[in-house]
Design a protein around this ligand. Structure first.
Ligand code: FE
Ligand code: FE
Length: 173
């Protein structure tokens, strides 16, 4: 489609996010299932609940703007989730697979953070303050999830991976 106004650009960004969130909604349960660390499992489950809210907020915004949120496929999210899936199918030390999944999930969060930041900036420019505020609420949750994942990696998963690998090396000696 030809983009001729900021309104149309906002609509495109929102549709992309709507597709991204819906794809993530389907992926998070299998990520939670695969996670070995119970903290990581819990983080994925919590973010699944939040993601349901993100989809609802986008539907709410679409109603406010009288647009349809569907009809677009976010190819970036498709690719990010595909990469994550490849990692999850690897055999190996569970804590290393957890670390790989955290990395994949953080790439997803960063993608969403940029998408919501862009959409919020456009909404602000258009004087759509309520919509900008709703987008900010989701943006805050994506940011908090990203930080939580860093915490789990640094506080637990990477140390577990190191000691698991260390133990293996000892056995071989
Ligand atoms: Fe989200
Ligand atoms: Fe997210």
């Amino acid at each position: 489609m030809a983009l001729e106004s900021l309104d149309e650009l906002l609509e495109e960004e929102l549709k992309d996010l709507y597709s991204a969130e819906n794809q993530l909604l389907k992926a998070l349960p299998r990520m939670a299932k695969k996670a070995s660390s119970s903290t990581l499992k819990q983080a994925f489950t919590t973010h699944l609940k939040e993601t349901e809210g993100h989809v609802k907020r986008l539907q709410q915004i679409a109603e406010m703007l009288e647009i349809k949120p569907g009809g677009k496929k976010c190819k970036a999210m498709e690719g990010l989730l595909e990469e994550g899936k490849e990692m999850m199918q690897e055999e190996g030390e569970p804590s290393l697979i957890d670390a790989a999944m955290i990395g994949a999930a953080q790439k997803v969060e960063h993608y969403e953070i940029s998408g919501y930041g862009t959409a919020r900036a456009i909404a602000e420019k258009l004087g759509q303050d309520r919509i900008a505020q709703i987008l900010q609420e989701t943006l805050d949750e994506e940011g908090a999830t990203d930080e939580k994942l860093t915490e789990i990696a640094q506080g637990e998963v990477l140390s577990m991976a190191m000691s698991a690998i260390g133990a293996d090396e000892d056995e071989e000696e």
